[in-house]
Design a binder for this molecule. Structure first.
Ligand SMILES: C[S@@+](CC[C@H](N)C(=O)[O-])C[C@H]1O[C@@H](n2cnc3c(N)ncnc32)[C@H](O)[C@@H]1O
Length: 283
């Protein structure tokens, strides 16, 4: 009797295992079926994305168009001893270097402040007249020295001064921020062109905000400020804030690779409006 019960239980257990295996096999078959369908759809999907009008195609075209514009801007600037340094990372993009070149000539700049040294320093000096003085500031001694080496290599030593300064805390118009020591501005006066491309964004929010309040008294009556990296939210906030604080400036936003905000006052209102017109875009 006990033996037949044991046999029945074993048969039941075996049946259970068999049913479980059949069930699992059916699940695997279903998953494999779905996977096969997905794999079959991949080429169609890739094809759709890469065909004109597809998302990847549009992104690729946009990127290619931008790279072409940067090369065109670089060619129109012409050869310079520093161009073996890449403009694809930290340096100002060729289109903004083109803009600076154009501005320096159009306003005949005489006192330039370049905030965040590098290729911009070289370009501003090369584009400006012999009686123009360029002061460039950097929060990193290493990068200041690197720019100085480029300046010397380009034969611009007599017209360019590179200043290095640590960053310190400020509270300006309710904004807590860090910026260069104010002593770095000593002797700067009648600034007619200012390129704001530092300190680096890694220094926290409103990283470039203090620039305008701290140099305001040192600006010429007719002056232009160029704020780089307007594609970033922090620079957009800074630009908005400046516009609220200093309504005497005209402004324009240029759709360059990294986005640029322009401010101008005095006799440069019309020039800012002109540069803000879509057909004025560099390259
Ligand atoms: C946007 S960069 C300034 C670029 C400069 N205007 C130019 O045209 O080359 C701002 C600051 O980043 C720092 N910097 C530059 N290159 C860097 C790098 N490769 N890595 C880390 N920091 C860098 C420097 O202190 C510089 O002042």
């Amino acid at each position: 009797m006990a033996q037949s019960t044991l046999l029945a239980l074993s048969a039941l257990l075996l049946l259970g295992v068999l049913l479980f295996l059949v069930y699992q096999t059916l699940l695997i078959r279903r998953d494999l079926g779905q996977l096969t369908m997905l794999v079959r759809k991949v080429p169609q999907k890739v094809n759709r994305q890469l065909s004109p009008g597809g998302q990847w195609w549009r992104l690729f075209s946009k990127k290619l168009m931008n790279e072409t514009k940067q090369i065109e801007a670089m060619i129109s600037i012409g050869h310079a001893p520093a161009w073996h340094f890449s403009t694809r990372k930290w340096a100002a993009s060729p289109d903004v270097l083109w803009l600076l070149t154009s501005l320096v000539g159009r306003i005949d700049a005489k006192n330039i402040l370049d905030i965040g040294s590098g290729l911009s320093t070289i370009r501003l000096a090369q584009a400006s007249s012999i009686d123009c003085r360029i002061i460039s500031i950097d929060s990193s001694l290493e990068f200041a020295q690197r720019t100085k080496a480029l300046v010397d290599l380009a034969g611009l030593t007599s017209r360019v001064e590179i200043r290095s300064s640590g960053l310190t805390e400020y509270l300006i118009d309710g904004v807590h921020t860090t910026w260069y020591e104010q002593s770095v501005l000593d002797g700067t006066l009648a600034l007619d062109l200012v390129f704001v491309d530092g300190p680096p964004a890694s220094n926290g929010s409103y990283a470039r905000f203090a620039a305008l309040p701290l140099i305001y008294e040192r600006l010429a009556a007719d002056c232009i400020l160029v704020l780089d990296d307007l594609v970033r939210e922090d620079e957009q906030r800074v630009f908005e804030r400046w516009l609220q604080m200093y309504p005497e400036f005209s402004s324009a936003v240029l759709d360059l690779e990294k986005g640029v905000g322009l401010l101008g006052r005095g006799k440069w209102h019309a020039l800012i409006a002109d540069l803000g017109a879509p057909e004025s875009s560099p390259a």
